[in-house]
Design a protein around this ligand. Structure first.
Ligand code: TYM
Length: 324
C-alpha cells in the first residue's frame, strides 16, 4: 500500500488556501491510505521569530488540522521537532545535494530577496523537506502547486543517494495535486499566503469573512453594476468552484456574464457556500480548545509512531553509509 506523507508550517490557524490546496485532500486520503502528517516547526525557524509565538502557532495549527477532520485514529499526526531524526537525515542529504539546485529554487529566490540577512537554513530548507519525505519512504505527497519544485529536488536527492550507495532504499516521491492546487489571495494578484496578508482564516466568523470578501478583487471590467463580466478571470468565481456545487457555479457564471448579479450578490452566495463547510470546522475547533489534553495526546501518539519508522530508516541509512 502507498504511504502518504505531507507537512504544513505552523502558521497558526489554517487559511482557505492551504486548506483547499492540501489539507482537505489529506482528510480524504486517510480513508484509503496509510497517512503521516506533521507540523513543520523546524521549517519555521529560518527567519526571526518569538519562541513562545512559535509554540502557540504550532498548537493552533494542530487544532485546525484536527478540526478539519484529520483523525488520529486513522492517521499519524505529530510535530516535526518531536522526531529529531528529520535533522540528522538533512545533514546526510546535504552531502548529495548540488548547491546550484538549491540556489535555483523559486521560493529561496523570492524569500531571500525579501530578507536583509539570509540564513543558510533558508537555502537548506528543501533538503530538510527531502528528509521529511524520505525518512518515511513515502511515495505520494499531497501538496499545493508551490511545493512541486521542492518535491522534484527530493526525487533528485533520493536518486543521488541511491546511486552513491548502490541502493534502491529510497523511493522517488510523487506530488499529488488537487483541482484547487493554487488558490489566489483576496487581492487577486498573488497566491494566498499568510506572509502576504491576503488570506481568509478557516476559523473566522461569518462577519469576519464577509468583511474580507466584500472588498475583495473581482473582474476589473465590472466597474458599474450593469457591466457584464468574465467569470474565468475572477478569483471569486474560482472560490465558488471550491465551495459550491456545479449547478450553483453554472448559475454564478451566467449571472456574471449577463450582469444579472452585481459582484456583491455573487459574494453573498459565496459566503453562504463557504460557511456551510467552515462552520462545523469552527465548532469542532472550539470544542478542541476546551479539551487541550486531546490535542496533546494525539500529537504524542503520532510522534511515538513516526519515531519508530524514523529510527528504523536511520539504522539502515547509517549502516549503508559506514557510519558507526
Ligand atoms: P505551507 O505550510 O506553506 O503550506 C501547506 C500546504 O498548503 C499548500 N498551500 C496552498 N495550496 C493552494 N493554494 C495556496 N494559496 C496555498 N498555500 C499553501 C502548500 O502547497 C502545502 O501543500 N514546505 C512546506 C511544508 C513542508 C512539506 C514537507 C510539505 C515541510 N516538509 C514535506 C510536503 C512534504 C510548506 O511550507 O507548506
Amino acid at each position: 500500500m502507498s504511504r502518504i506523507l505531507s507537512g504544513i508550517q505552523p502558521s497558526g490557524e489554517l487559511h482557505i488556501g492551504n486548506y483547499l490546496g492540501a489539507v482537505k485532500n489529506w482528510v480524504e486520503l486517510q480513508k484509503k491510505y496509510e497517512c503521516i502528517y506533521f507540523i513543520a516547526d523546524y521549517h519555521a525557524i529560518t527567519g526571526s521569530y518569538e519562541p513562545a509565538d512559535l509554540r502557540r502557532r504550532t498548537r493552533q495549527m494542530a487544532v485546525s488540522l484536527l478540526a478539519s477532520g484529520l483523525d488520529p485514529a486513522k492517521s499519524t499526526l505529530f510535530v516535526q521537532s518531536m522526531v529529531p531524526e528529520h535533522t540528522e537525515l538533512t545533514w546526510i542529504f546535504s552531502s548529495v545535494t548540488p548547491l546550484g539546485e538549491l540556489e535555483r529554487q523559486t521560493q529561496y529566490k523570492d524569500k531571500s530577496q525579501r530578507q536583509e540577512s539570509v540564513s543558510a537554513g533558508l537555502l537548506m530548507y528543501p533538503v530538510l523537506q527531502a528528509a521529511d519525505v524520505l525518512l518515511y519512504r513515502a511515495d505520494l505527497i499531497p501538496v499545493g502547486e508551490d511545493q512541486v519544485q521542492h518535491l522534484e529536488l527530493a526525487r533528485e536527492v533520493a536518486r543521488r543517494w541511491n546511486a552513491k550507495f548502490h541502493s534502491d532504499f529510497f523511493p522517488e516521491p510523487k506530488p499529488l495535486l488537487t483541482a484547487t492546487r493554487r488558490i489566489m489571495g483576496l487581492d487577486g494578484q498573488a497566491k494566498m499566503s499568510k506572509s502576504l496578508g491576503n488570506t481568509i482564516g478557516l476559523l473566522e466568523s461569518p462577519e469576519e469573512v464577509w468583511a474580507k470578501l466584500r472588498p475583495a478583487m473581482t473582474d476589473p471590467a465590472r466597474v458599474r453594476r450593469t457591466d457584464p463580466g468574465t467569470p474565468e478571470i475572477c478569483n471569486i468565481y474560482h472560490l465558488h468552484k471550491a465551495f459550491n456545487d456545479e449547478a450553483t457555479v453554472e448559475h454564478v457564471a451566467v449571472q456574471c456574464r449577463t450582469a444579472g448579479w452585481g459582484c456583491l450578490d455573487c459574494k453573498k452566495v459565496l459566503l453562504e457556500g463557504m460557511m456551510r463547510e467552515l462552520t462545523p470546522i469552527r465548532e469542532r475547533a472550539c470544542e478542541l480548545e476546551a479539551r487541550p489534553g486531546l490535542v496533546t495526546d494525539a500529537l504524542a501518539a503520532g510522534a511515538a509512531h513516526a519515531g519508530e519508522i524514523a529510527r528504523s530508516t536511520m539504522a539502515t541509512v547509517r549502516d549503508t553509509m559506514g557510519l558507526r
